[in-house]
Design a protein around this ligand. Sequence first.
Ligand code: PLP
Length: 442
Amino acid sequence: MAPLDMKPNELEPYWLPFTPNRSFKKRPRLFSGAKGMHYVTPDGRKVIDGTSGLFCVNAGHAREPIVKAIQQAAAQLDFSPPFQYAHPGVFELSSRLTLLAPGDLDYCLFANSGSEAVDTALKVALAYHRNRGEGGRTRFIGRERGYHGVGFGGISVGGMVANRKMFGNMLTGIDHLPSTYNRSKQAFSKQEPDWGAETADELTRLIGLHDASTIAAVIVEPVAGSTGCLPPPKGYLEKLRQITEQHGILLIFDEVITGFGRLGSCFAAERYNIVPDMITFAKGVTNASVPMSGVIVRKGIYEAHMNGPEHMVELFHGYTYSGHPLAVAAGLATLDVYRDEGLFERSKALEAKFADAMMSLRSKPHVVDIRPIGLICGIDLEPIAGKPGVRGYDALERMYHEYDLYVRVTADTLVVAPPLIATESDIADITERMAKVIDAVA
Ligand SMILES: Cc1ncc(COP(=O)(O)O)c(C=O)c1O
């Protein structure tokens, strides 16, 4: 074993996630500090954060009340066993989160990442049906271009090809709705596009194919985020709710990105006036300061589990770090910041101006679609012929090295999602820098 004080071999041993390692290590992009709207690089440059970290730092970086709450929690209760014991904060956070969720979404389970939240929701769906004597409902329906994290559950219901193709058969019994996106019918729509609600009718076809009695749940992101921001067509989510309800199928909204104000309300469910059966959340719940995720479930789902002898565990599921005291403290402090600064309302108030700013990039070279909704927007650049992803990677490098801008890039799509504390001038600043980057990669 190497001594702990051995000089590290700098960049090589770290295998970066979702990153082209060889290119990265030739020309690394590092952040060593962050405050408010900005990252700071090791050489002291301030880089404006156009994507809230990874759609998660909704209240801006290193917010003092959150930092203090974490520090205090670490000193007071570093860890509390989550099985058979609890600590006061998890009850408070569950109460506050369920109050923020619509309808009878009254119970909360905790995990640590979006991927775990998705696995949890899928397992709860299976257990719920089984508890009600409908154990034949084992199928899940996801959606093409959906992203639900990287666990086997998430990649099975997810629909991003690169995340799936290397990993075998995954869960069995999965089917997928078509993507709601059709550029020829929707390009440059602001907010929910007019075309596409009819793609929800595919659910009726899949129910006809498999029979409702075999289907446990449908899982979708209200706005498909990681694939490049695809807002739902007008009436689409409402249709999914109506069809699932009619057939006793649970509807799971994966709100890992859309939760905590991204769409102008705490959850997207509220924007669409829909009560799904479960909401998965992560990211913004702690402003990303400590990993935390969870699932909010409707009362009937919790109650269906409350049977059998009272000394027996009702759901054989949980994580060592479910409801970790540091994450809980961060979550409570984050909710205070959202409330005290009216950040969900602020996000709503900025939506139209943000959309206008993003749309101003329409005349830039190779921009083939722009899709703003809430405070998130996908911008598709035309791929260089025969070289998909090259233009996007060029943009990524230039943003960091030349324009002091951070915006998430997936292949040739740029996804902007500023912290909800962004001012109009921050949005103008991000837009101006993006315009320069897009010109530079023309
Ligand atoms: C909708 C959705 N679900 C799940 C996840 C996975 O979250 P994590 O990376 O924390 O596992 C993400 C991550 O971006 C997401 O956007």
